[in-house]
Every structure is written in structure tokens, then in C-alpha cells.
Ligand binder design. Structure first.
Ligand SMILES: Nc1ccn([C@@H]2O[C@H](COP(=O)(O)OP(=O)(O)OP(=O)(O)O)[C@@H](O)[C@H]2O)c(=O)n1
Ligand SMILES: C[C@](O)(CO)[C@H](O)COP(=O)(O)O
Length: 237
């Protein structure tokens, strides 16, 4: 039997690369904010115990979220980097909400198009070493010569995957890996990197190309087109 999971949604970034006039998670995607749509993915899933949303310290938009007062939704103040926000969420979960919680999911606020099918794939995937959604590379991948815009080599595409979220790990192990990486000054851009740093080999679970992270202005246009296609074809449910 699968234990209900908590999900941590880091949503404390400023969205610098998006160059919008508000943090990108508060931009509108077909009438709702990106963050509200992301929370929506998890809120009525039968195996989600609760949703922890990490917001910026001076976030003026979160109070207007439709989920702010929902019983299953808890917010906390995020940190300087994404990994700090996740650490804070893990502390909130383990110190206050459920010290016994085993596994936890982490999912970017900026990925509002995750389908229930892909969510179920990661929830139902059993692994001793954790797991993440990821997509096999489909392009020919070049590594550049350091400090020069010329090609050093072509990488073996068969061994390259593009990391997505959700990522699923035991909460205590993830917290201690993130702390260790931080103390050693190692930059980790996702949970998997922290676990790799402490010697784990998390499982790759096939994600979906529509589970994009909205990062650049053009990603919002792509997300709008994808949303309209996916919702019209009932593929988000
Ligand atoms: N200190 C931070 C930085 C990022 N995030 C969150 O982590 C997710 C993925 O990060 P990214 O796409 O890089 O978002 P931003 O940091 O906001 O974007 P940018 O790097 O362009 O500023 C986002 O949901 C973002 O809100 C966070 O919770 N805390
Ligand atoms: C976690 C992540 O979404 C995996 O693709 C990503 O690493 C976080 O954002 P960033 O753009 O790499 O900072």
C-alpha cells in the first residue's frame, strides 16, 4: 500500500529570466495563475496528504490565491535559492506537520501542465533510491569547448535525460543531502542532484514533453497552446 505523500511546491523564485512585472508563477495561464493551476494538479489526488507552498518573503500575490485557505494547503517562507526553499519545506513538514512522513514529492510551481497520468507514474513507482520524471534527449547534443563557442564533442544521446519534476525522495534523506551539499558549497538545481552528491542513483521515470517549466517569455505562449490542446483533449485529468 502506498503511503499518502506530501508535495512541496517551491514558488519563491522571482522569475528573472521571464522578465515579467511580477514573479512568473503569478502570471495568468488561461484565467488562473500558474501557481494556482499547479496546486490544482495535486489537491484532489487521493494519495496526496497535503501541499506545502514555499513563497517569497514579500510575496504580495499569494494572499489572493484561491488555495490559500484550503485545509490541505500550507504556506511557508522560501529561501534564497530553490534548494533553500525545499529545505525549509522539509523542515516544516518534519518538525511540525508529520515527523513520521517517509516519502515526499517536490514539484516546481512553474510546471503547471503535469498530467494526472504522469503524476501517478511517479507516485506509483517504487524505488529504494528515489525517482524523478525525466525525458530522454531527442536532439543531437554538443558539449562546447570551455570559454569558446565551438564544439568540443557530441555526447552519447542515449545516456542523456532532461530532468523534470515531480521528484520523489525519502524526506529525511533528502533534507540531509541538501544540507550536506549546502555545507560543502555544492550547487544543486534539483533534488536528484543533492541525492547524487551523497551517492544515490535515483530511478528515471519517463515524464512527458508537455510538462514544461515556464522559464522564458516564449514558454508562456507554448504553455498556453499546450494547455488549450491538453484540456480540450481531456489529457490533463
Ligand atoms: N529561491 C527560490 C528560487 C526558485 N524557486 C522556485 O523553483 C522553481 C524552479 O525555478 P526557476 O524556474 O529557476 O524559477 P525562478 O528562480 O523564479 O526563475 P529565474 O531563475 O529565471 O529567476 C520555481 O517554481 C521557483 O519559484 C524557489 O522556490 N525559491
Ligand atoms: C528542478 C528543475 O525543474 C529540473 O528541470 C530545474 O532544475 C529547476 O530550475 P533551473 O532552471 O534548473 O534553475
Amino acid at each position: 500500500m502506498i503511503e499518502p505523500l506530501w508535495v512541496i511546491i517551491p514558488a519563491a523564485g522571482v522569475g528573472q529570466r521571464m522578465q515579467a512585472n511580477c514573479p512568473k508563477q503569478y502570471l495568468s495561464l488561461e484565467g488562473q495563475t500558474i501557481l494556482d493551476r499547479t496546486i490544482d494538479i495535486f489537491i484532489s489526488h487521493p494519495l496526496i496528504a497535503g501541499v506545502l507552498v514555499g513563497v517569497g518573503e514579500n510575496d504580495a500575490y499569494w494572499p489572493d490565491s484561491k488555495w490559500r485557505q484550503h485545509d490541505l494547503v500550507h504556506s511557508f517562507i522560501g529561501g534564497e535559492e530553490r534548494s533553500d526553499t525545499v529545505q525549509k519545506g522539509l523542515h516544516y513538514l518534519l518538525d511540525t506537520l508529520n515527523p513520521q512522513q517517509q516519502d515526499v514529492l517536490v514539484h516546481d510551481a512553474a510546471r503547471p501542465l503535469l498530467s494526472q497520468e504522469a503524476l501517478n507514474r511517479i507516485i506509483n513507482h517504487h524505488s529504494e533510491q528515489g525517482a524523478l520524471l525525466a525525458m530522454p534527449a531527442k536532439d543531437t547534443i554538443k558539449r562546447q569547448v570551455i570559454d569558446s563557442l565551438s564544439v568540443d564533442e557530441t555526447l552519447d544521446r542515449d545516456a542523456i535525460w532532461l530532468a523534470q519534476t515531480p521528484q520523489k525522495f525519502p524526506a529525511q534523506a533528502l533534507l540531509s543531502a541538501l544540507k550536506k551539499a549546502q555545507v560543502q558549497g555544492v550547487v544543486v538545481t534539483d533534488e536528484c542532484s543533492a541525492m547524487e552528491y551523497v551517492g544515490w542513483h535515483p530511478d528515471l521515470v519517463v515524464g512527458e514533453s508537455s510538462n514544461i517549466k515556464i522559464t522564458l517569455p516564449e514558454d508562456l505562449l507554448i504553455a498556453e497552446a499546450l494547455f488549450s490542446y491538453l484540456s480540450g483533449s481531456n489529457l490533463l485529468n
